[in-house]
Ligand binder design. Structure first.
Ligand code: SAH
Ligand code: SF4
Length: 343
């Protein structure tokens, strides 16, 4: 709940106005029960315990990279489902990559998160709680958030919007919307709906192909909306927010890494204020995709730059801890199942 919603709710419970600020503040601290709200009257804590559900995360596994300090969390939710989150350290501060759903229904063929489909949407507090916990566990202030973990944020639209409102709230974590990125596989109506809010966030679009043929072969969402429709939505979105759009392009050997692809991509994005983020594809056990060699990746970038595009190759973080999304959850859930099956 946002403070303006919390206030009438607490009023209904016969509470004075100043309680709103108190309760909202507590909800930013990562508490796991209402009883921890120690400056609230005992009877109010009991009523909250009865009427409300705290859907915070608890750690199932935590992996720390020896290479670059990246921390990967596998969280357990109140119903036993699991999600992944990553804390990354950059020169400008700490970034948390959060999940927005348990699993994902989009079915991109290179991605481990969607292998078993969608289990359920995350609540706004389950998203917020990933940011709170990472900051608290490491004793740091989180300056940036990327909605790039497991799940498709625009397929959980209302909760993603509410998360943005909560995480940027001045009485809450107060993380500026300019420091938040939302990544989508390209749900076109969702992009238009998001434009209505005109949030100054960075929209990140997982393009991965310069044309419908290739895109359809790796992303089922491309069968629903064409590349042309997607790019038009991006152009329209940009008219509203005037913010640079970021295009994610996972380079997969032999699929989308040719020089022709780079040229086609540059033509497609011409005139759009954007940045291309080249991601060497992360191999996933369940598929046979590989990343191209370094030379080919560099060549792809050079081609884009020669055509006037702004492109960078994403630095790999946490390479020693399965930091790419969806893989840790699969492994640990299998382990837990085996343990559970033991007599
Ligand atoms: N569902 C949203 C956000 C989560 S996925 C989306 O698809 O944009 C975050 C990013 O990781 C996306 O750009 C996605 O395409 C990319 N990704 C998924 N699996 C990958 C893999 N095996 N290698 C490289 N990038 C991958
Ligand atoms: Fe879902 Fe994104 Fe993975 Fe595609 S890449 S399956 S949209 S999480």
């Amino acid at each position: 709940m946002l403070p303006e919603e919390l206030e009438p709710f607490l009023k209904e419970l016969g509470q004075p106005r100043f309680r709103t600020k108190q309760v909202f503040k507590w909800l930013q601290t990562g508490i796991s029960s209402f009883d921890e709200m120690t400056d609230l009257p005992k009877n109010l804590r009991t009523v909250l315990e009865e009427r409300c559900l705290l859907t915070g995360v608890t750690v199932e596994r935590k992996l720390c990279s020896q290479l670059d300090g990246t921390v990967k969390y596998l969280y357990r939710l109140h119903d036993g489902a699991h999600i992944e989150s990553v804390l990354m350290k950059y020169e400008h501060g700490y970034t948390v990559c959060i999940s927005t759903q348990v699993g994902c229904r989009m079915g991109c063929s290179f991605c481990a998160s969607g292998l078993n489909g969608l289990v359920r949407n995350l609540t706004p507090y389950e998203m917020l709680s990933q940011v709170i916990f990472a900051g608290r566990d490491n004793g740091v202030r989180i300056s940036n958030v990327v909605m790039m973990g497991m799940g498709e944020p625009l397929d959980n639209f209302n909760h993603s919007v509410r998360f943005l409102q909560l995480v940027s709230h001045p009485q809450g974590l107060n993380i500026g919307l300019r420091h938040i990125s939302l990544s989508t596989s390209g749900i076109v109506p969702g992009i238009y709906k998001l434009a209505e809010y005109a949030f100054p966030i960075t929209l990140s679009v997982s393009l991965h192909a310069p044309n419908d043929g290739i895109r359809k072969s790796i992303m089922p969402v491309a069968k629903r909306w064409s590349v042309a429709e997607l790019i038009q939505a991006c152009r329209d979105y940009q008219k509203v927010t005037t913010r640079r759009i970021s295009f994610e392009y996972a380079l997969i050997e032999g699929v989308n890494d040719s020089e022709q692809c780079a040229e086609e991509l540059a033509r497609l994005l011409k005139g759009l204020l954007c940045h291309v983020n080249l991601i060497p594809a992360n191999p996933v056990r369940e598929n046979s995709f590989q990343k191209p060699d370094r030379k080919k990746i560099e060549l792809f970038r050079t081609r884009l730059e020669k055509s006037g595009m702004n492109a960078t190759i994403r630095r790999t973080l946490g390479a020693d801890i399965e930091a790419s999304c969806g893989q840790l959850r699969r492994r640990v859930e299998k382990e837990l199942q085996r343990e559970g099956n033991k007599p």
